[in-house]
Design a protein around this ligand. Structure first.
Ligand code: GLN
Length: 492
């Protein structure tokens, strides 16, 4: 029998229903894998006892015969989602020991569907980063290696992606502000889906940049992404930006049929310095979809080159405002030297609690919002953001989805970009435009580079048209036939 940690959600759900194994057994197998997988640094907090209890409850529900698809599925929860009674850190020292008295809506939705939470997954501090190296709880490592070199799993949802790729969880939640689901998925050979802004409630997700943050799944197949997103999404009156639209049956409606689908190829995504292998994979993706009956059309997204600078103004601006609440009064750590005044305490707490990247974002954000510079930076960035969104609206007049590479490189070596924030930010070049425009996107593993590392292709869709994105993703997945997996060096 296939090892219990090899199953997709779809396969595990079928096995649970046939009685091939119980949720308790499935969970135990993943707990053992997570223990053996500790060198990957995928989890900040392990919740194995809770998982065992939840698995038992799932078995009872399965026996009653009306359990939803996620029932009994062991998952990792990005440690940016507040979880009732379970430490939630955002990978920051400032939230060390913070135990929320409530559950994020997305986490609650998954819980209600019977999903089993194995632990809280590692991430970049406050989800700021593309490599998971800014976590105050140690870096997560990519299960894929280049020879003996350890690689980043991508970020910010690096622990989530490492857990799924390394078989330490069947699936995981992520959040994506500028690419944090899609880029780590590409770096680890997994599927990452960011839905339309407003699909998933942001309530209880620790805020980074509120106009951009969205939750989504990291899975090992497109079908799994559809099932898991269905369980996560839904209107929530507690989030004023949550959209009051029914959640479609993405899983049941999933098809690989892309006949007549118009796939747009944006010329502006042919950026300087893109490795030839990624360019070639992008071409291959076009050929696969064309062979499957889609029509390839050229589209133009003329403001693409302004997306990164716009994002790196808007996101830090919102972050500087969102992170003002961490002052040592209500949450996490407090630094109060003897005789310190209140403002001394604020300063000491924030100096000790935040890491360098978070401080850099707060400083940039505060600067671009300051009275003298607001018009020159923040206001201008907001205007450019509108132009970028209009580019997409225009492009979607002549196509249904847009195909691009997910990232301009494969996973890079740990430490290779930590001293160069700009080169780290450049990683997000293909993911931020859709984030700024609130559009859905998926990264599908599509091939290996010459070093045997996974590469992803990205499909972007129209607002609230996740189904077309998923369908095209399924067609791409079928054509790419990606079935490589990392060898479990950490367990040796
Ligand atoms: N890498 C981007 C950043 O550092 C995106 C992060 C994210 O999507 N959370 O801001």
């Amino acid at each position: 029998m296939t090892s219990l940690t090899e199953f997709s959600i779809t396969e595990a759900a079928a096995g649970l229903r046939k009685g091939d194994f119980s949720a308790a057994e499935l969970t135990q197998a993943h707990i053992a894998a997570a223990e053996a997988g500790r060198p990957l640094g995928a989890y900040i907090t392990e919740t194995f006892d809770l998982a065992s209890e939840q698995a038992k409850a799932a078995d009872t529900r399965l026996a009653q015969g009306d359990a939803p698809g996620m029932c009994g599925i062991p998952i990792a929860m990005k440690d940016l989602f507040c979880t009732d009674g379970v430490q939630t850190t955002a990978a920051s020292n400032i939230l060390k020991g913070f135990t929320p008295p409530y559950e994020a809506t997305v986490a609650a939705n998954l819980k209600a569907a019977g999903a089993v939470m194995l632990g809280k997954a590692n991430l970049d501090e406050f989800a700021m980063g593309s490599s998971n190296e800014t976590s105050a709880y140690g870096r997560a490592v990519n299960p894929w290696r280049s020879g003996e070199t350890d690689l980043v799993p991508g970020g910010s949802s690096g622990g989530s992606a490492a857990a799924v790729a390394g078989r330490l969880a069947i699936a995981a939640t992520g959040t994506d502000t500028g690419g944090s689901i899609r880029q780590p998925a590409a770096f680890t050979g997994t599927v990452g889906m960011k839905p339309t802004y407003g699909r998933c409630s942001r309530w209880g997700i620790i805020a980074f940049a509120s106009s951009l943050d969205q939750a989504g799944p990291i899975t090992r197949s497109v079908a799994d992404a559809a099932i898991m997103l269905e369980a996560m999404a839904g209107f929530d009156p507690k989030d004023s930006t949550s959209v009051d639209q029914p959640v479609p049956a993405w899983g049941a409606s999933l098809t690989q049929d892309v006949k007549g689908l118009k796939v747009g190829i944006p010329n502006e995504y042919r950026v300087d310095g893109m490795p030839a292998e990624i360019e070639a994979l992008w071409e291959a993706g076009q050929a696969w979809l064309k062979d499957a009956g889609a029509e390839i059309v050229d589209v133009s997204l003329p403001h693409t080159k302004f997306a990164l600078p716009t994002y790196y103004i808007v996101a830090p601006a919102e972050a500087s405002s969102n992170l003002a609440r961490y002052d040592g009064v209500r949450y996490g750590i407090r630094e109060k030297p003897d005789g310190a005044s209140l403002s001394d305490m604020y300063e000491a707490t924030r100096a000790a609690g935040f890491g360098d990247e978070v401080k850099r974002r707060i400083m940039i954000g505060t600067y671009v919002l300051s009275a003298g510079y607001y018009d020159a930076y923040y206001l201008k960035a907001q205007k450019v953001r509108t132009l970028i969104a209009q580019d997409f609206s225009k492009a979607y007049e002549s196509c249904d989805v847009i195909l691009t590479p997910t990232a301009p490189s494969a996973a890079f070596a740990l430490g290779s970009k930590t001293d160069d924030p700009i080169s780290m930010y450049l990683n997000d070049v293909f993911t931020v435009p859709a984030s700024l425009s609130g559009l859905p996107g998926i990264s599908v593993p599509a091939g290996l580079d010459k070093d045997g590392l996974p590469l992803g292709l990205q499909l972007l869709g129209k607002a609230f048209d996740e189904q077309t994105v998923l369908n095209a993703g399924a067609a791409l997945e079928a054509a790419a036939g990606f079935n490589a997996k990392p060898n479990a060096w950490w367990a040796a």
